[in-house]
Design a protein. Structure first.
Ligand code: GRG
Length: 320
């Protein structure tokens, strides 16, 4: 661990945006390669064996944009321990594949019934619902193939640990469980009965768990100490909460063209959200307070944590 403060960049916001965009290029290339039938497919590509319609739907779910924010968190948390971006790509790609599968399934008529995602028709709209279900299933399997393949990390123990962590973060104890609680509350029509605590709990599972995984994964790849892992988990928890408040605010204040998906859906459905329960002003204050708490969790990393600090600012300022 070092407390040496590096020279501050003249425009931290620009350097953050450049770094996020470089990660997005790396992740796009890696995932396009995984989902291609052409030359250059890697050892974990299953493309040659994937039926064409299914492959096209998987590509549609993954390659149509997206900020690649979760792989960025993996990369930057790994960078704290001197891990090169390329060495963090399999774990980053894996969490992005899980995220893309969840969006393809969430958009289905049986769940959120959305037509637009990342400014494009949703997978079930572009294909049909059975193809969207199977594309999500295929992406989930591919994510775990990425983590298990040797290129992820030379140490099989590290690969196994990441696999268990991602399974827990994405399964019934994490994202899938949070989605189930969310849909159950909607089905029972008990929006009014939801409290801030119950919503925070379900959101920490649904949205937070993958973000926490992304932050902690870097420490696992880089052999961080348990104190460093705890600091990154705590940062991830705050960041995930901020991310969800920002998402709820975007649903109220954003416009569909910029956000790339339908907005005002929660209010139209009479759904209780962090914003509807707190009110706009309190939600905005909670957002900046949570950002500050996330940043404080990085104290242990000194100046090396600056890019992750800017990631917390990005979550507060994001418009899509
Ligand atoms: C269907 C198992 C299953 C789970 C779905 C994540 C999720 C659970 C549903 C998405 C609903 C939603 C809008 C949640 C808010 C937070 C969120 C995941 C926003 C989208 O993530 P971004 O902003 O999207 O990182 P991009 O397109 O940039 O990747």
């Amino acid at each position: 661990m070092s407390n040496i403060n590096p020279v501050k960049p003249s425009n931290p916001k620009k350097s953050f945006e450049d770094a996020l965009s470089m990660t997005a290029h790396r992740v796009d290339d890696c995932l396009a390669n995984l989902l291609t039938t052409g030359e250059g497919s890697t050892d974990v590509s299953t493309a040659e064996r994937v039926p064409d319609r299914l492959l096209q739907a998987m590509r549609h779910a993954v390659l149509g944009g997206g900020k690649r924010f979760r792989p960025f968190l993996v990369e930057q948390s790994a960078a704290l321990f001197g891990v090169a971006p390329e060495r963090a790509l399999s774990a980053g790609g894996a969490v992005e594949l899980i995220h893309c599968y969840s969006l393809a399934h969430d958009d289905l008529p049986a769940m959120d019934n959305d037509d637009l995602r990342r400014g494009q028709p949703t997978v079930w709209r572009a294909f049909d619902d059975w193809t969207a279900i199977l594309a999500g299933d295929g992406l989930q399997a591919l994510a775990f193939e990425c983590l298990g393949a040797e290129r992820c990390h030379p140490d099989a123990g590290v690969r196994a640990e990441l696999t268990v962590m991602l399974a827990r973060a994405s399964g019934g104890l994490g994202m899938v469980g949070g989605q189930a609680l969310d849909l159950e509350a909607e089905r029972l029509g008990d929006g009014q009965a939801q409290t801030l605590d119950t919503i925070r709990h379900l959101q920490s599972m649904k949205t937070g768990a993958l973000i926490v995984f992304s932050c902690e994964a870097g420490a696992v790849l880089g052999g961080g100490s348990s104190a460093e892992r705890a600091a990154l988990r705590s940062y991830g928890e705050k960041l995930g909460y901020a991310f969800q408040i920002a998402d709820d605010l975007l649903d109220v204040e954003g416009d569909a063209a910029t956000v790339g998906k339908a907005v005002a859906k929660d209010a139209d459905a009479g759904k209780a959200t962090l914003v509807s329960l707190m009110g706009l002003d309190a939600a905005r204050s909670a957002l900046t307070r949570t950002r500050d708490e996330a940043i404080a969790a990085l104290d242990v990393f000194g100046g090396r944590g600056d890019m992750l600090r800017q990631a917390a600012d990005f979550v507060v300022d994001r418009r899509r």
